[in-house]
Design a binder for this molecule. Structure first.
Ligand code: ADP
Length: 452
């Protein structure tokens, strides 16, 4: 195992990694920006290093500053968390060149899975289901129209190098497709440095289901079953749960096995998530692979009992996978609500500011992953996620009942947060019956905004 690691992240995930490392007797060095000088999580680290001003481009995204800190602190490895440099293959390569272990996949595996076209090709070989579409990049309008005629409208045009829900265009007829294809390519070139685009069938009324997988450096791969992340707003997940409600065990197992096979073929070492859209007939269609730990990993931990972050450390240190597929089973049900410092009554406007009063919820089956405490000032520079409230119960109903209670207890005053939205969802019949799709929350908020 490593002696000392550097954490190239902030907030709740930095604290999550510190805790995992501490459990394994690994020392932690946390880097921080000037805007995070008073970050409560820094007190939990063995050592801290300031790496620059508040804007991420001048601190958390600066390879040179992070690598310098790593060398001065003499660490063996860097954990990137999620966001920032977590899916930057070039950064993973720089770490390797500097003989610092990157706690995540090799730059080659990351680049392969990060390219949506290459990933679709690999998925075909692994028999991971994908939505019908072009086999590679589409070169021009006519080719796009041919593909769309084959798979049927509506179609979605996507950038091979895309991410964060950007660079996608839906076309419901040939005229629109001809109009968007060149623009999509130009946009992709500007945003991601590659103009390559491809086409797939656009699925109406889909649910988002993903499979958590782990691979090691010895060619082993296992899956930790599924999560549902259908509750989204503008492609941002709000509520996640495990297992995904209403999916037949046979379809779930088939998708999960194919996801493990996919990362095995990519020679992937670390934690990854294979994301799928599931249509009304419970058919799975792979969207992409995320090559990092996800925000929503705790729901999988709650139902499988596997600590995903400690496993990432074991894997990066070169150990064999510590369990086989047969050792993994799912117990009960878990739900996570993302608590963001955003005002759901006012367009989800970010709400930085001083936390004056802070009260944590508790009781059986309640977990909170957060870096907040009273007296902490939430800076305006970063993502608005301030806490993850996770409950576990024997059934989905019990997990929801516990979530209701925990949401009532949780106080983060006077900051406006997404708590009222979650409270409403926990009483919304369509949510309770798990009868909704990825656009449901947006429609609900359009029709009946939250009361002020
Ligand atoms: P990104 O890498 O930008 O997150 P994804 O491929 O993961 O892109 O897609 C992001 C979101 O876009 C999905 O969660 C879904 O809401 C929507 N989407 C993507 N592909 C399709 C599709 N074929 N049909 C319907 N919606 C889609």
């Amino acid at each position: 195992m490593f002696r000392r690691i550097l954490i190239a992240n902030r907030g709740e995930i930095a604290l999550r990694i510190i805790r995992a490392a501490r459990e394994l007797g690994v020392q932690t060095v946390c880097v921080y920006s000037e805007a995070d000088r008073d970050g409560p999580w820094l007190e939990y680290a063995d050592q801290t290093v300031c790496i620059g001003p508040g804007p991420a481009a001048e601190s958390y995204l600066r390879f040179d500053r992070i690598i310098s800190a790593a060398e001065i602190a003499n660490v063996d490895a860097i954990h990137p968390g999620y966001g920032f440099l977590a899916e930057n293959a070039h950064f993973a390569e720089v770490c390797r060149d500097c003989r610092i272990e990157f706690i995540g996949p090799s730059p080659e595996a990351m680049a392969l899975l990060g390219d949506k076209i290459a990933c679709r090709k690999l998925a075909r070989a692994a028999r991971t289901p994908i939505s019908p579409g072009s086999s590679g990049a589409v070169e021009d309008e006519d080719e796009a129209v041919k593909v769309a005629a084959r798979v049927g409208y509506p179609v979605i045009v996507k950038a091979a190098a895309g991410g964060g829900g950007r660079g996608m265009r839906v076309a419901r007829d040939e005229e629109t497709l001809r109009a968007v294809i060149a623009a999509a390519s130009r946009e992709a070139q500007a945003a991601f440095g590659s103009g390559e685009v491809f086409i797939e069938k656009f699925l109406e009324n889909a649910r988002h289901v993903e499979i958590q997988v782990l691979g090691d450096k010895h060619g082993n791969a296992v899956h930790l079953y599924d999560r549902d992340c259908t509750s989204q707003r503008r492609h941002q997940k709000l509520i996640e749960e495990a297992p995904a409600p209403g999916i037949s065990p046979r379809k779930r197992d088939a998708a999960a096995r194919s996801a493990a096979e996919l990362i095995k073929r990519a020679e992937y070492a670390g934690a990854a998530t294979v994301e799928f859209l599931v249509d009304e007939n419970q058919r799975f269609h792979m969207l992409e692979v995320n090559t990092r730990v996800q925000v929503e990993h705790p729901v999988t931990e709650m139902v499988t009992g596997v600590d995903i972050v400690t496993e990432m450390l074991h894997i990066a240190a070169g150990e064999q996978m510590r369990f086989s597929q047969e050792d993994i089973s799912v117990t009960g049900h878990s739900i996570e609500c993302r608590i963001n410092a955003e005002d759901p009554q006012n367009g989800f406007l970010p709400q930085p500011g001083l936390v004056e009063q802070f009260r944590l919820p508790g009781g059986p089956g309640v977990r909170v992953d957060t870096h907040l405490e009273a007296g902490y000032r939430i800076p305006s520079n970063y993502d608005s996620l301030i806490a993850k409230l996770i409950t576990h119960g024997r059934s989905r109903e019990e997990a929801i009942a516990r979530m209701r209670g925990a949401l009532r207890e949780f106080q983060i005053l006077p900051i406006k947060t997404t708590i009222p939205l979650h409270q409403r969802m926990m009483d919304t019949p369509r949510f309770l019956e798990a009868d909704y799709d990825i656009h449901y929350i947006e429609r609900l908020l359009d029709e009946t905004p939250l009361e002020t």
